[in-house]
Design a protein around this ligand. Structure first.
Ligand code: UN1
Length: 498
């Protein structure tokens, strides 16, 4: 491969700054011989400079009217559309997802820009009568300040966008710290932010390692809010630092999502959903389907149909237009998935297909794992409860709807969920009883849309939701304002009760 090496730089106060120290490499997970880019291993001093720029820019950005902020975000959306194909190619090369999915990744960013630009002309507060005469009460949204946005590699464009756009529309300034596996996608974004005309310092980007650069950012005393998407282990660490240093945090962590297929379901539809939900993005989505909870009456038929479909999946290089399932992100992830297969075997599951690293000739230099189906999974097994983040789905057999819901809920996580049934009564019970932030009826567990709240219950998150209007609640403080135009002191709860 001969594509020129890209040199990612930190983007601070509207300028790209060459690395002052060591640089690191980002490689193509489909072929690790392909070095995509170098990026700075940023230090605490680099983080300091970015935070100082964001703090300075906050002074004026918070005063820019939200509809004017919206115009710039809209322009970023237009630029994303213009650059969609180039960015998608870059995502496929650096992250490994197939091109069709990479285009979807950029599209999610575009959708979020357009939605949040519209929010600039809403940003509604509430008005309400006061208890007292000639007095008026209302609420308004106030930006939080300087926000650190720490983003994962699995949606290297969409997630930075869905954190940055709501933060910016609300009047905050940001420092983005992209995952070290996909720095180039966010470096590219920095160019679009710049071109769209964002004032200097409103968006800053620091590259580097989570443990160093990420940590310095989360611990920085002048950061007001941390929005983090990533593993539960790192999220716990981020949450505890934020707790200790009294920062706001919005944490989006693991999932162990299940799809229930009842006996009355449209099996072909449920099958389409299962294959897409489990093997899309090679299972590397926090919304991925990693358990299929199948009613006894259709289990055998469904399993046979599923295996037929899985055997047809084309595993290949992210950038190859024929590819349906790409590689895992890096060797650590490949090791993790292999390790879970060892656990699965030791726990007594049966590997119906896959279960191994894929290393045929064209895949020998990438981190490929065969699409895998595990049978005889029971709810108490580790592979039924822990997030694997790979193309592995476990089959669990049940006798009733109640049992299916109980098993679906039997994990520490609660992000996405799905039920295939034609019975409207069961569908409504599922909506009520499933302990997850997202429930799909007759649709796969993946594919959330940006104008609706995204997030999870239980250990998936810390009670917040991203995108949709819910994101405004993360990135603003509510200010309550009372206006007394009576001209005299009115004492609440006292004079008006006399
Ligand atoms: C994630 O995996 O962190 O709902 C986000 C979906 C995508 C977003 C996934 N829109 O599958």
């Amino acid at each position: 491969m001969t594509a020129p090496l890209i040199e990612c730089q930190n983007y601070i106060n509207g300028q790209w700054v060459a690395a002052s120290g060591e640089t690191l490499e980002s490689r193509n997970p489909s072929d690790w011989r392909d070095v995509v880019a170098t990026f700075p291993r940023s230090s605490a001093a680099d983080v300091d400079a970015a935070v100082a720029a964001a703090r300075k820019a906050f002074k004026s950005w918070r005063l820019v009217p939200a509809p004017a902020r919206a115009e710039i975000i809209y322009r970023v959306g237009e630029l994303l559309l213009q650059h969609k194909e180039k960015l998608a190619q870059l995502i496929s090369r650096e992250m490994g997802k197939p091109l069709t999915e990479a285009r979807g990744d950029v599209q999610e960013g575009i959708d979020c820009a357009l939605y949040m630009a519209g929010e600039g002309r809403r940003m509604f507060g509430q008005t309400t009568p006061s208890e007292m005469p000639n007095k008026f009460a209302m609420t308004m949204r106030i930006p939080v300040g300087v926000c650190a946005l720490i983003t994962p590699w699995n949606f290297p464009v969409a997630i930075p966008c869905w954190k940055a756009f709501p933060a910016l529309i609300c009047g905050n300034t940001v420092i983005l710290k992209p995952a070290e596996d996909t720095p180039t996608c966010v470096h590219y974004l920095s160019q679009l932010f710049h071109k769209a005309g964002l004032p200097n310092g409103v968006v800053n980007i620091v590259h580097g390692l989570g443990e160093e650069t990420g940590r310095a950012l989360v611990e920085h005393p002048d950061v007001n809010l941390v929005s983090f998407t990533g593993s539960s282990e790192t999220g716990a660490e981020v949450g505890s630092v934020c707790g200790r240093t009294h920062k706001r945090s919005c944490l989006e962590m693991g999932g162990k999502n299940a799809q229930i297929v009842m006996a009355d379901a449209d099996l072909q539809l449920a099958l389409d959903g299962a294959v897409w939900g489990a093997f899309g993005t090679s299972g590397q989505r926090c919304t991925a389907t990693s358990r299929l909870i199948l009613h006894r009456d259709i289990k055998e038929e469904f399993t046979n149909l599923l295996l037929e479909r899985v055997h047809q999946l084309r595993l290949g290089l992210g950038t190859d237009p024929q590819t349906e399932v790409g590689p895992l992100i890096n060797s650590a992830q490949l090791q993790r998935v292999n390790h879970y297969l060892e656990i699965a075997r030791a726990e007594g599951t049966k590997v119906l297909t896959g279960g191994e690293t894929a290393n045929t000739e064209n895949l020998a230099h990438g981190f490929f794992f065969q699409p895998t189906v595990l049978d005889r999974v029971t709810p108490e097994m580790r592979v039924a409860k822990e997030e694997i983040f790979g193309p592995v789905v476990g089959l669990i057999e049940v006798d009733s709807f109640e049992e299916a819901i109980a098993i679906l809920n039997n994990t520490p996580y609660g992000l996405s969920s799905s039920v295939y049934t034609r019975d409207v009564n069961l569908a409504f019970q599922a909506m009520r009883d499933i302990e997850a932030g997202i429930t799909y009826i007759n649709g796969p567990t993946i594919g959330a849309e940006v104008h609706l709240p995204f997030g999870g219950m239980k250990q998936t998150g810390n009670g917040h939701r991203e995108v949709g209007t819910a994101a405004l609640d993360v990135f603003t403080e509510w200010k309550t304002v009372y206006v007394d135009y009576s001209g005299s002191l009115q004492r609440a709860q006292i004079d008006n009760r006399d």
